[in-house]
Each structure stands twice: as structure tokens, then as C-alpha cells.
Design a protein around this ligand. Structure first.
Ligand code: URA
Length: 189
């Protein structure tokens, strides 16, 4: 890890800004290639992520890896994955506003250190937090937004796609739109 991310991960490891620090098994800082130009942001670690200390390692992670692979992205080579929350909410309940407020400065600092050109928000919590509080996934998925020198796009959360497989085609279209943009910018060949 770069020294800046290393320091941030150490600070996060000692964080007790919210109650989730007392119920987590492991903090889930994020993983991927730090030089990647695309950052994917999910909601919060689930049970398997909490055990492993890594993001998207359960069934939704397998689906995410398929979508990444379909457009030439790979979390070990040219993508980075993080979450809005770095600790698992008990029983995978929705993140609370105070938990998001407590954790968001870490993601902002992580984003500065990674310096991505694109941020893809996976699901409504990430999109409402990073793109707009009015974001509605069914209405706004696949749309690109420029903010602060970064291009944002929101799409369906992989867990939502596992619950409602009919949306998988819409999500694939969002990824194909992303592929086109990444090619335009010379990020993908
Ligand atoms: N769901 C998320 O939003 N993030 C993970 O890391 C795993 C499941």
C-alpha cells in the first residue's frame, strides 16, 4: 500500500467514531490496484466481508467480478473497490445516517489518495451519498455525472441483482456504457 493509504488504513483500524466498531470482526478498508482509474463503491461489508476483511468476497462479489470482467476490468489489476461504511452493520441492516457521516471522511481521504477518474456507485446508498440525495437507481442508473474532476455513475447493487435477476441486463448496459467512456478516455484499450 502507498504510505498515505497505509496511514489511513491504520487510522481506520483504530476508529471508534460509531458503534459499528464494537460489533465488527474486521474493518474492511478496500482492495484493488491503487493506480486504478476506476473506483467502485458499495454500501457496507456483509458477513463474509466482515470475516475476511475484504470487500465483495461473497456471492454479490462474485457477480461484481463477472461484470468487471465483461468489460476488461479486474480488481487485482485495474479497479479498486471500497464501501461507504468500513464496518459491517449488524444483520446487514441499512447504514444509519450517523454511521455514514462518521465514515465518509475516510472514503473521501481514500479517494484523494487513489485519485480515480471514475467512481461507480453500486446501489442507492453509495449513489445517494456520493452523487445526489435524490438519486433513484431505477431512474438514474447508467447516467454519467461530472463532479470535482471525477466522472460518477450509479448502477444496481449486485445484491439487488441477485434478488431481482431481471435487472441484470440493465446493469450490463450500464457497464457497457462505462466501458465506452473508459475507452474514450484511453483508460481501457
Ligand atoms: N455489499 C456491499 O455493499 N459491500 C460489500 O463489500 C459486500 C456486500
Amino acid at each position: 500500500m502507498s504510505e498515505r493509504l497505509d496511514r489511513l488504513a491504520a487510522v481506520c483500524g483504530g476508529c471508534n467514531r460509531c458503534a459499528l466498531s464494537s460489533t465488527r470482526t474486521n474493518l474492511v478498508f478496500g482492495m484493488g490496484n491503487e493506480a486504478a482509474k476506476v473506483l467502485f463503491v458499495g454500501e457496507a461489508p456483509g458477513e463474509q466481508e466482515d470475516k475476511a476483511g475484504l470487500p465483495f468476497v461473497g456471492p454479490s462479489g462474485k457477480l461484481l467480478d463477472l461484470y468487471l470482467g465483461s468489460i476488461g476490468l479486474d480488481r487485482t489489476k485495474n479497479a479498486y473497490i471500497a464501501n461507504i461504511l468500513k464496518c459491517r452493520p449488524p444483520h446487514n441492516r441499512d447504514p444509519l445516517p450517523e454511521e455514514i457521516a462518521a465514515c465518509l471522511p475516510y472514503l473521501r481521504e481514500q479517494t484523494k489518495a487513489l485519485s480515480p477518474a471514475f467512481i461507480v456507485c453500486l446501489g442507492r446508498f453509495a449513489a445517494m451519498t456520493l452523487i445526489s440525495p435524490d438519486f433513484r437507481v431505477t431512474r438514474d442508473h447508467g447516467v454519467f455525472y461530472e463532479k470535482g474532476g471525477i466522472t460518477f455513475m450509479g448502477t444496481f447493487h449486485p445484491s439487488a441483482l441477485l434478488r431481482d435477476p431481471e435487472k441484470k441486463g440493465l446493469a450490463l448496459n450500464d457497464f457497457l456504457g462505462l466501458e465506452e467512456k473508459l475507452k474514450e478516455k484511453g483508460i481501457l484499450k
